[in-house]
Design a protein around this ligand. Structure first.
Ligand code: GDP
Ligand code: MG
Length: 588
């Protein structure tokens, strides 16, 4: 195709506003796929994605659109991840496009992810086509949605906003024409040194790293010796091509094209999203700006439940190969045995890994309470420590400074819910950073610790707002925080898997609740067992697990000597079922 007949674009929307449905409809209308059955959710091809209804891994499909004049266009539809945990990857895939379709559900209006995605598109300098979807629905309020769009951006006037039903196909032709007329064709010199942006990277055990790239300058030939600039990795590619939607091998991809490269590289972390590909000889001088090494936001222990450690090890190694954002290292717990400390982009990502372990490997894993990284300065040491496991949190008398990572949380909600939402956010140590209105919606921005967002904040937000509020987050800096370490001992033995680091204001009630819950959840033994919660050398809460049979109760107090014997003899004898950790996740 000639460059002027190529369009590279993405669809952005709040979840459930109809992105997949519109993608299917575009592929169907351009005959990329003819059969409705085959088209069903084609872009969401992983099992877990189906379960969650969001796209975790992006994928590009090349469509051929023939307009009313008989001119043929190449429409590259770039799919973007749909969840807040994957914001960086969204921004990289948007950078690979020249324009976006901003889709808004007429029954819901502009929501948090609509605004977040709109901002990412603005940051990337993209042409934006506003589209109101689901106009066939009886609940649709097209006027209100149009007003909200206009409020979001004064250029989104009724003249430029399209009205469609992705479900029935109404208005699809107007979308295809707007892509042709409004989204600029790519520019870029096919004879310049090669420069391509990597916006998706997967690992295949047979093929090695497979990436998707947008070629901005030069021409990629299947014969080229390639260089990936971020980590200076060189390779001879095994194959290049594009998806239509099946993979099609080709000999070259030129400036303006989007396609895949089977790199043959066997190290899954060698090439990550945001990297720049060029040729080994006569390559580009500078990579694209904005490359970021992917870093986990939260950490949690993963332990085999019933099964074998070696099975879990194999499964985790395999999983991490096609999910560069998932990190892990071995970890040993006295209470839980051998396992791993996993690093995740967020709680949702953790949940996906858990479900994949179950679905793809048949493994049930026990996960401990997630925590964020702590940045701690201790006495007589200048450099701060980064701590990912609460067990390694220093003793309170060694601490000089404690910090934790923050996010900017953007919430949208109806005007009248402001008070309820502010109350909730303030309970979670949110600091109000910005307050705007769009139509009769509020857009509230809080700076808030990741640890406060991580546990169930989203569900609570949904509940105080009766389902109306929406959330999107982005990473912010570390900030000082009054965090304390809480240790739990059962039967006088410290249980390492039950060590927590949390804000001082919360620790008292948390300690009360967890000791009470453990009393009921920990399997009983012949003797009664105390559960003690210790903070800064002081027991602040206690409960007693009753003995198995009343008759067996020893009665009276445990002597110092008995305590001593139990401490020595009983390590790792306490069984901790997943229900214990589920209960902790439930507590707030
Ligand atoms: P995504 O999360 O943005 O990919 O949303 P989906 O494409 O999965 O759509 C979410 C739900 O909205 C599905 O049940 C669709 O069938 C439905 N839907 C999508 N577009 C329309 C539309 O134009 N009209 C109606 N009535 N429903 C739609
Ligand atoms: Mg979808």
């Amino acid at each position: 195709q000639r460059q002027e007949n190529i369009r590279n674009f993405a669809i952005i929307a709040h979840i459930d506003h109809g992105k997949s449905t519109l993608a299917d409809r575009i592929m169907e209308t351009t005959n990329t796929i003819s059969n409705r059955e085959a088209s069903a959710q084609l872009l969401d091809d992983m099992e877990v994605e189906k379960a969650h209804g969001v796209t975790v891994k992006s994928r590009t499909v090349r469509n051929y659109y023939v307009d009313a004049n008989g001119d043929e266009f190449e429409y590259n539809l770039i799919d973007t991840p749909g969840h807040v945990d994957f914001n960086y990857e969204v921004s990289r895939s948007l950078s690979a496009t020249d324009g976006v379709l901003l889709l808004v559900d007429a029954t819901k209006g502009v929501q948090a992810q609509t605004v977040a995605n709109y901002r990412l598109a603005m940051d990337a300098n993209l042409t934006i086509i506003p589209i109101i979807n689901k106009i066939d629905n009886l609940m649709a309020d097209v006027e209100k949605t149009a007003a909200e769009l206009l409020d979001l951006d004064e250029r989104f006037t009724p003249e430029v906003t399209l009205h469609i039903s992705a479900k029935t196909g109404l208005g699809i032709e107007s979308v295809l024409e707007a892509i042709r007329d409004r989204i600029p064709a790519p520019v870029g010199d096919p004879n310049a040194p090669l420069k391509g942006l990597i916006f998706d990277s997967k690992f295949d055990p047979y093929q090695g790293v497979v990436v998707q790239a947008r070629i901005f300058e030069g021409t990629l030939s299947s014969q080229d010796q390639l260089r990936f600039m971020a980590k200076d990795v060189q390779t001879q590619s095994k194959e290049i091509g594009f998806f239509d939607p099946m993979s099609r091998k080709t000999t070259s991809l030129a400036a303006g094209d989007v396609g895949y490269i089977i790199t043959g590289i066997k190290d899954p972390r060698a090439v990550q999203v945001g990297d720049t590909v060029t040729t080994k000889k006569n390559g580009a001088a500078e990579p694209f700006p904005g490359y970021q090494q992917i870093e986990p936001m939260v950490y949690a222990g993963l332990y085999p439940k019933g099964g074998e450690y070696s099975d879990l090890k194999l499964a985790i190694e395999k999983l991490s190969l096609n999910d560069a954002a998932f990190q892990y290292e071995p970890e040993q717990s006295e209470a839980l045995g051998m396992g791993f400390r996993g690093g995740f982009l967020g709680i949702f990502h953790l949940q996906i890994i858990r479900e994949r372990l179950k679905a793809e490997f048949g493994l049930d894993v026990l996960t401990t309470m997630p925590n964020s990284t702590f940045r701690v300065t201790v006495k007589n040491q200048d450099a701060p420590l980064y701590i990912e496991n609460p067990n390694q949190f220093p003793r309170y008398n060694e601490l000089v400074k404690v910090e934790e990572p923050y996010v900017r949380a953007k919430i949208t909600a109806p005007n009248e819910q402001l008070n309820d939402i502010m109350r909730l956010a303030e309970c979670r140590r949110g600091e109000l950073a910005d307050l705007e209105t769009i139509g009769d919606m509020l857009l509230i921005t809080y700076r808030m610790p990741i640890s406060e967002i991580a546990y169930d904040f989203f569900n609570e937000l949904k509940s105080v707002s009766h389902g109306f509020a929406t959330l999107s987050t982005e990473r912010d800096d570390f900030g000082p925080s009054d965090l304390v370490r809480l240790d739990i001992a059962i039967d006088y033995v410290d249980i390492d898997a039950l060590t927590f680091v949390m804000h001082r204001l919360r620790v008292e009630s948390f300690a009360q609740e967890i000791t009470q819950r453990l009393k009921d959840l920990v399997p009983r033994k012949l003797q009664a067992m105390p559960v003690q919660a210790t903070v800064e050398g002081r027991v602040i809460a206690r409960s007693d697990i009753p003995p198995l049979r009343k008759a067996a109760a020893s009665g009276g107090k445990t002597s110092k000597k008995q305590q001593q014997m139990r401490r020595q003899g009983q390590k790792a004898q306490i069984e901790l079922p997943q229900t214990v950790f589920d209960a902790i996740l439930d507590m707030n």
